[in-house]
Design a protein around this ligand. Structure first.
Ligand code: C2E
Ligand code: CA
Ligand code: CA
Ligand code: CA
Length: 275
């Protein structure tokens, strides 16, 4: 048994070591990267299912690294966080996203993801505000998405940063809701405008009573707090039907569209051509 344990430990260490070396590789490539040219955005529509209409787009970043190929944001964003590159990435993403959003009709909004550091570091939030203000884009057509974990990391600073963003007229949503540790008590104290219900609660909601109950109570709660609820990760007609029954208004997911390049978003010109 002892020998087996030791073998297990060796295997475990090997896995850890290869994860660490991948992290190191990504970290080094990120530090050497020309982010202005290597980062690109894709946009996933946010659909109003009552109107059957795209009401906004969430900007999602993609990194095309010359040495590593396409690296997912799920992998490089957390690394950028602890190497201090996140401030730059957020501003580049926001600038690019605003340029694209300027080509959309007035009734379509832009939703941008922020990282924990963007809201727990006072200067970062201010720089976001100034990026928005110098773009000339109407801040009322912008929404920022922040995660529960970011908020819980430094609750007091999070309130200040969220309020800064609200003061210029932008909306702020709590992303991945239900996956973190925030108590409802806490959420109530944040100056939010929306809650995004995490995709894990949507998966097979038509056959999983537990997911159904969770989504139902989060919807009731958000209505009570005066917050709009968005459900993300809708993949099938069955899931959508249940959400419709529950009175959900806004959704995102592969069922409607995967994230698309800027050129495939609705532009003012394409709308004029249709009319
Ligand atoms: P997120 O903000 O929760 O974004 C949703 C993720 O789910 C996206 O993955 C999206 O492509 C994917 N998705 C959308 N609909 C479906 C669906 O129906 N089924 C499934 N299985 N997945 C769906 P993506 O683009 O790989 O982004 C992963 C995470 O990386 C994001 O999660 C967000 O936390 C982070 N991220 C992406 N772009 C940015 C950014 O510009 N800034 C920051 N700070 N974080 C970003
Ligand atoms: Ca998001
Ligand atoms: Ca999310
Ligand atoms: Ca997520």
């Amino acid at each position: 048994a002892k020998r087996n344990q030791r073998a297990g430990a060796v295997i475990f260490n090997a896995v850890q070591a290869s994860e660490l070396s991948r992290q190191k590789t990504v970290e080094e490539a990120l530090l050497a990267a020309d982010l202005e040219t290597e980062l690109q955005l894709v946009f996933q529509p946010i659909i109003d299912i009552a109107l059957d209409k795209t009401v906004g787009y969430e900007a999602l970043v993609r990194w095309h690294s010359p040495s590593l190929g396409l690296v997912s944001p799920g992998e490089f964003i957390p690394i950028a966080e602890h190497t201090g590159r996140i401030g730059l990435i957020t501003r580049l993403v926001l600038k690019q996203a605003l340029e694209v959003a300027k080509t959309w009709p007035d009734d379509i909004y832009l939703s941008c993801n922020l990282s924990p550091h963007d809201i727990t570091t006072p200067d970062y939030a201010l720089r976001i505000v100034s990026t928005v203000m110098s773009s000339g884009f109407n801040p009322r057509r912008i929404n920022f998405e922040i995660t529960e974990t970011a908020v819980m990391h430094d609750f007091d600073q999070a309130i200040i940063s969220i309020q800064l963003l609200r003061d210029i007229g932008a909306g702020v949503s709590l992303d991945d809701f239900g996956t973190g540790y925030s108590s409802l008590n806490h959420v109530h104290k944040l100056p939010l405008t929306k809650i995004k219900i995490d995709s894990s609660f949507v998966r097979d909601i038509h056959i999983l009573p537990s997911s159904f109950q969770i989504v139902k109570s989060v919807l009731a709660l958000s209505a009570e707090m005066g917050l709009e609820a968005i459900v993300e990760g809708v993949e099938t007609a069955e899931e959508l039907a249940v959400l419709k029954d529950l009175g959900v208004r806004s959704v995102q997911g592969f069922y409607f569209s995967r994230p698309v390049p800027a050129s495939e978003t609705i532009s003012t010109q394409s709308v004029e051509r249709q009319q």
